[in-house]
Design a protein around this ligand. Sequence first.
Ligand SMILES: Cc1ncc(COP(=O)(O)O)c(C=O)c1O
Length: 464
Amino acid sequence: MTIWKPDLESRAGPKYRRIIEAITDDIASGALPPGTRLPPHRILAYELNISPHTTSRAYAHCVARGMLQGQIGRGTFVRMVQPESALASPGNLERPVEGPIDFSKNLPFPGVGANQLSQTLKELGRSSDLEAYLDYQVGHSHGHQLDAGVSWLARTGIRASRDDVVLTCGAQHGILSALMATARPGDLLLTEELTYAPVSLMARHLGLQLATVIMDDKGICPEALNEVCQKQRPKVLYITPTIQTPTTITLDTKRRAEIAEIVLQHNLILIEDDVYGPLRSTPMLPIAELVPERTIYISSTSKCLAPGLRTAFLKAPDLIARGLRSAVALSCWMPPPLMAEITCRWITDGTADLLTRAQRTEANKRQSMAGDILADATLKSDPDGFHIWLSLPVQWSPSAFCARASQKGVQLTAGETFSPDEICRTKEVRISLSHEPSRTRVKNGLYILSKLLKVSDQMEPLVI
Ligand SMILES: Cc1ncc(COP(=O)(O)O)c(C=O)c1O
């Protein structure tokens, strides 16, 4: 029988580190599938012609990080992850909830990940180096957490090295840190015409000017962006190119290339918020890969794993990455290392991919249900996304429709909530399908909305 042998020649650094790296890579590539028994550390040491102390240290480190499991009397194994069916069974999701049906929040589907958390906490409790998670880590995170960040970013096609990665307490903190690192009071920030609402509040708090760029059916308009850049010389552009909040639009390859070109031409800093990127079954190459020297790329684990982990990974060019680290230190010293550790273990051991798939599968189911129930309506959606952008018949203003829906027990978000501009001509509302635990309640809520859309022709709308 051939035994597993790590490739140490192609790696640099101390030998025990090279073994850890090889184990990490081989688990990630599938060369070491879950449950594989590793050679006893003495035999591996003999094969590699190194000291058993070195192999034992590498194995101990991987056990502490949750990648391997030691079983007394049996040996050391690649950790088994839970079967996918245990993650998002309808049983977990069909939790009874009372009160209004809440379509107003774009949170991930609940009930996913609790089993994994319980297991990971138990494993962490057995670690010998817990103290490290109680210390300050200003300016630099644990190296293996940065490596996990590199691996997470690779899922959406971002090529990064440890030095490019910055950890933040979620994407929201990432956006704020990015603005703090790149813009000064009075600088002009551009956003899409409709955008993630907290960004305009951040601009206000930081004393930035804000202007918006019009969108069409394919997303932010390059011609309009170019024109604003020529006339107003903005400093920073913030966009969400994938499953946009709130329109659900994903920029196509051509538009991404056009935006990248304009960023370069006008020396803009691009903040690319890709919180929904990893959810897509067919990932789009981020704009950050086209203009890495001018982009801060933000990838959070909130939508795919759990928002309570408060972990996002940013990639930025060297000078900006330094500014980002200072902004993070100024705002919170560092993301809590223990939370980052849970996230990183999940990325490394495959749990993150399972949870992401569970989120996507539930999104597919609910989007398909909504597509059936709202078949006569005009809407935009993405099968892998959490929300729908519903166009209203002419009689309804978004606020009037939301008020009437609320009277009927359904809460939505009016389109103007996403507009930083004072005058907004949006005729849409956002329906978030992901916050409600029960599919039955989602179905009921959608039926209420479909009825409301039909009666709107015959009744006096409620004007707010
Ligand atoms: C577009 C967008 N960016 C950022 C965030 C914040 O994400 P996080 O929980 O990682 O801070 C959200 C959350 O709703 C979002 O929709």
